[in-house]
Design a protein around this ligand. Structure first.
Ligand SMILES: NS(=O)(=O)N[C@@H](CCC(=O)O)C(=O)O
Ligand SMILES: [Zn+2]
Length: 320
């Protein structure tokens, strides 16, 4: 039946319990996986959703992560909602049934658990406005996980070398355990020499944007790294998805230059068509009464992103 209206944000424990509940309720199509541990030893976990879920089938794979920035609370709700839609719709909604039968969908709702717990266990009604992980760095705390990935890490003034900065890039690419866990998971999806992941989504908040690579350069195309067709495909998918939720579609660097981000790495290293969403809600802490409305805005976009995994070039009318 329909998901009950949200009345509060999931704590880390509640999100993990929901993953366990879904895996127990839909054992044929949902299976919990733990990709690794955070700096403080918490699980970095998710659900694989597919028919014959215990078997690695030759189906296009999709990875969706959320809450890499601790205070971006709505993002975990968006990921958990996509899990609920896919599992509850299976067998009754033909579009969702076909999607689950024809894809292997990996969804990780809280990939920065230490930061999420720290942000949420504050004494105020909202949060601590915390962004980074909780790894000490000299005199300060926290690496910005979305500046710690290995593609063109620290190249271009899109991050900081100051440990106190909100965009501290870490001491080296993948110096944060959470980054290493996520990168190792993506590396593990190279099977028979081919990266099985075909679409990647990193869910952030709060700006109502759909972003595509690259962030490290203002250039739309980069020889050997982003061809005109590859850029056109990212742009076409980005614009199509933004048309469904009313967000603004643009290249990541149109917002500002970033380096070491998730999507620059997943595309730059593995040619996984990659997007970052910046959800709405007006602040990092929309009132719980706003959760359902904001999450519903991007439901169609997440379904279409999942659908494109068999042939992203379909977005520009090109075969494979
Ligand atoms: N969610 S956010 O931090 O406000 N914006 C993201 C944008 C990510 C990107 O440009 O690829 C960031 O700066 O990491
Ligand atoms: Zn963010």
């Amino acid at each position: 039946g329909p998901t009950a209206a949200a009345t509060s944000y999931h704590t880390f424990a509640e999100a993990m319990a929901e993953i366990d509940t879904v895996a127990a309720r839909y054992p044929q199509i949902a299976r919990k996986f733990v990709a690794g541990k955070s700096y403080q030893g918490r699980d970095i976990a998710g659900l694989k959703i597919s028919d014959n879920v215990a078997t690695d089938e030759d189906e296009p794979e999709v990875l969706i992560i959320a809450n890499i920035h601790a205070r971006e609370r709505l993002t975990a709700e968006q990921a958990l909602d996509h899990i609920a839609r896919l599992t509850q719709g299976y067998g009754s909604d033909s579009r969702i049934t076909q999607l689950v039968n024809g894809r292997e969908i990996w969804i990780m709702p809280m990939v920065n658990p230490d930061g999420q717990v720290y942000d949420m266990t504050s004494d105020t009604s909202s949060g601590r406005m915390w962004r980074k992980n909780r790894q000490p760095n000299g005199t300060s705390t926290g690496t910005d996980l979305n500046r710690n990935f290995a593609y063109r890490w620290g190249c271009c003034g899109g991050s900081s070398g100051n440990g106190a900065s909100e965009t501290y890039r870490g001491t080296a690419a993948e110096s944060a355990p959470e980054t290493k866990v996520l990168a190792n998971f993506v590396r593990s999806r190279v099977v028979g020499g081919e990266q099985q992941l075909k679409m990647f989504l990193d869910i952030h908040s709060v700006a109502e944007l759909v972003l595509w690579p690259f962030g490290y350069t203002y250039s739309d195309t980069v020889a050997g790294a982003m061809s005109a067709d590859e850029q056109a495909t990212h742009r076409a998918i980005g614009r199509e998805l933004a048309g469904t939720n009313g967000f603004t579609p643009e290249q990541s660097s149109d917002l500002y230059i970033t380096d070491g981000t998730t999507i620059d790495w997943t595309w730059g290293q593995y040619r996984i068509f990659s997007l970052t969403f910046e959800l709405g809600g007006g602040s990092f802490y929309p009132p719980p009464s706003a959760i359902d409305g904001e999450v519903q805005r991007s439901r169609e976009a997440l379904l279409r992103l999942t659908e494109y995994a068999d042939c992203p070039y379909r977005a520009i009318g090109k075969q494979g």
